[in-house]
Each structure stands twice: as structure tokens, then as C-alpha cells.
Write a protein that binds this ligand. Sequence first.
Ligand SMILES: C[S@@+](CC[C@H](N)C(=O)[O-])C[C@H]1O[C@@H](n2cnc3c(N)ncnc32)[C@H](O)[C@@H]1O
Length: 316
Amino acid sequence: MTKKVSDIINCDSPVKEAIFEIQLYIKAIEENVALYKEKSFEKRIESVDFIEFHVIDQIEGLLRKADQPDELIGLKYHAEKIKAELEKIDINLFQKLQANIRAGGYTRKGFKNLINEYVDFNLDDNQRQEEIGYDNLDIFINGLFPFQDMPEQTKELEPEMVYYQKTPARIVIELAEKSHFMNEDVFFDLGSGLGQVAILINLLAGITVKGVEFEPAFCNYARDCAAALNLSDVTFINTDARKADYSEGTVFFMFTPFRGEILQDVLEILRKESLHRKIKIITYGPCTAQVALQSWLSSADPYNGNIYKLGVFSSL
Ligand SMILES: C[S@@+](CC[C@H](N)C(=O)[O-])C[C@H]1O[C@@H](n2cnc3c(N)ncnc32)[C@H](O)[C@@H]1O
């Protein structure tokens, strides 16, 4: 059993005991040299969260009740300073990695290795595939993208169109692995949002990618990201997916961008494309159920009702 602070020191009030405990937390983080190493990205995320949601929150709670707040104000300043120092390491890290991407510094394998250097993730973890959930990998991938603030939606969606939500990064990595891309493949993300899937697939697979997005502000954001990272072969088209030109596409990804009739209309367009060449359709989310019903598509791993498992379909 861990000893309470009051057993160790002679605390005459619960506030003093809490302050002492907070000082111990701060000291432990401050003196943990491993946290200041660039590669300790995941440990740093946990520590920054702990400082923000445990230490600083607790200090603020005490401050609301304190008669003599000086010590607590000093402690809060100290905690914020350590948090800022840890965050600065990641700001510098991501500036460096973005510059490397811009300079074309990663091969496909090199980019995957880069991710593995900073984040420990396991694609075989089936439990994690049963819900959407984001994790440290998403935080890392977000950091690689040069713009962090999401633009405001400017157009109203039709009832069957689905609002923006990002595909979890581990799903995009799984998508790259399961697609077995050929160099000549052209990948489309239908409803490409802020462009993360298309950009990641370009980095992971080195193939030409295109995003089709209804919302102009999202499309512009995605274009700016691709330009800021100096990525060629990445194009974003601002149009309704029912009007896009898919004549070059061989692999089509959908994280349920639309449902019902719109989805069926787009599938019909893709079916016609499949009369000219074999195509793959890869799905994530509720649209998988409707795609699985298409008689012109087959899947080596039939749909089992889990909408958060990637659906991989090939035209017959
Ligand atoms: C669930 S989000 C997926 C975003 C992106 N594919 C990703 O995974 O990060 C769906 C996106 O589809 C877009 N969308 C909805 N209806 C569309 C349509 N008819 N044509 C093109 N894009 C559409 C939405 O604006 C939204 O950005």
C-alpha cells in the first residue's frame, strides 16, 4: 500500500497535504530525463495530459478555496512552465519532420519506419477495431500536418451526406497494407474532408491520390496541406462525388461520406467504371453494409456486421 503524504510529513491541513503531493508530481516529471528525449513522444503526451488534467486542474480547484494563494500561484506557474517545455520539444520535432517530408526525405518504407520510431501501435489488435476511437498515433499524425485549425463548413450538406469525421490513422495504415497497391494505382478518397487519408496514402504507398470533397473550405485546406508538404501526385477536387471524373481511379476509399440514394448513385458510377478495368472499393463505417450488398463486388473477407472493420471489395 502506498503511504499517504501525511504519514511522511507532518501536514496540518488537507490543503498543505495536497500541495505537497502536487510538488512531488511536478518534481517527478521535471526530473524524468527520458521525457525530454525527442523519441519519448508517447510518454510526453501522457505527462502533458497529466500536468494539464490532474496537476493544473487540482491547483485551480485549490485556488478557488485558498485564503493565501501565493504558494499555489507559484506552483501553477511552475507546472505550466514544465508543460510548455515538454510541448516545445514536440513543436520542434514536428517542424523538423515536416521539413523532411517537404524535402522528399522519406521513401514509403522510410515513412512507415518513421511512425514506428515514435508510436508503438499494433494493427492486429482486434478489440480496437470494434469502435472508431483515436489514439496516440492520431496525435502523432496530426502533428505532421502543417495546419492545425479546422476551417468552418460553408455549405449545408444534404440529408444523406455525412459530416466530417477523420478516419483513425491506424485504419489508414491498415488500408495501405490491405490494398496491396501497385505503382500505377490511382487512389480516390470519396468525401476527402481535410485530406489526411489521401496525403497519408501518398506518403505510405507513393502512388497518385485524389480526394473528392463537397465542402470548398475543406478542399482548400487539404490543397494547402499538400502544397506545404511539397507533395506532388496529390490532388483535391471540390465537387459532389456524384459529379466527379473517376476514369483514372483504381482504388476507391469511403469512410461513409454519404448514405442511401447518394451512396447507391455513386456505387452505380463506380460499377460502370469497373466495366473498363478492375477496381477495388475499400470502406469504413456504416456504408460497408450497403457496399457489401452490391452483386458486382466480391470480398475475400465477407462483411460480418462489424462496421469498424475495413471492408475490401473487388469488382468481378
Ligand atoms: C466522414 S467524413 C470522411 C473524411 C475523410 N475521408 C477522412 O476519412 O478523413 C465525410 C466527408 O464527406 C464529405 N461529403 C459528404 N457528401 C459528399 C458528397 N456528395 N460529395 C463529396 N463529398 C461529400 C463531407 O463533407 C465530409 O468531409
